[in-house]
Design a protein around this ligand. Structure first.
Ligand code: B4P
Length: 199
């Protein structure tokens, strides 16, 4: 894939249910566009691995398939934004997951004189999500992927609290739905085309 460094600041939210391919596509998008990748799931798993008090609290919540409290993840994102003053743009992966997180993010970006450019929403059927996550659970070592009850709880949590985030950004005309089933390369092309059309 050819690199396309950004000329002006551009921030992207990669949105979608658990297992929709956000993590997978993020890795490819940051390589292509030179964005800073901010995945709240990854940051939380690092805290768990390091055995910090925050990690211990997060693990028990994540293992139930529930969302970590808003103030915790908003604090994490605020620190990450401050730690990257020279960024050409951020790719938010798995954040925001509630409308409270979305409005906090808007305020944080406003303070930096920037905003969300686009929300790319991956659409994948529930049957496919469960299949992918159980499959990842065979090798990932992620305790939240091994059990179908927890996976179903994560999807239910998404429908209850996270899907409203798309409505929040819809009012600003920032959401683009993307077919999230197909090969990783096909989906990457759809996402890249959408980004290129906005740059
Ligand atoms: P995350 O780490 O964000 O986990 P996720 O949504 O399951 O991951 P993702 O969607 O990136 O997985 P991907 O499709 O790439 O969150 C984990 C937990 O952390 C949450 O449940 C919550 O407790 C907590 N948390 C995180 N952020 C939070 C926040 N902001 N607020 C509160 N709590 C928060 O990968 C899935 C699988 O599909 C992979 O195996 C991949 O190889 C496969 N796959 C990808 N694309 C495919 C394709 N096209 N075809 C077939 N398979 C594909």
């Amino acid at each position: 894939t050819q690199a396309t460094p950004l000329l002006t600041m551009f921030n992207i939210i990669l949105f979608g249910p658990p297992g929709s391919g956000k993590g997978t596509q993020s890795e490819m998008l940051i390589a292509k566009y030179g964005l800073i990748h901010l995945s709240t799931g990854d940051i939380l798993r690092k805290e768990i691995a390091a055995g910090t008090p925050l990690g211990l609290e997060a693990k028990s919540i994540m293992d139930k398939g529930e969302l970590v409290p808003d103030e915790v993840v908003i604090g994490m994102i605020s620190s990450a934004l401050e730690a990257n003053p020279e960024a050409k743009g951020f790719l938010f992966d798995g954040f925001p997951r509630t409308t409270a997180q979305a409005s906090a993010l808007d305020k944080l970006l406003q303070l930096k004189g920037t905003e969300i450019g686009i929300v790319l929403a991956l659409e994948v059927s529930e049957e496919e999500l469960v299949k992918r996550l159980l499959n990842r659970g065979l090798t990932s070592g992620r305790s939240d992927d091994t059990n179908e009850v927890v996976i179903t709880a994560r999807i239910a949590e998404y429908r209850k609290k996270t899907s409203a985030v798309a409505d929040y950004y819809q009012q600003f005309d920032k959401v683009k739905n993307i077919q999230g089933e197909g090969s990783v390369e096909e989906i990457f092309t759809l996402l890249s085309n959408e980004i290129d059309s906005r740059l």
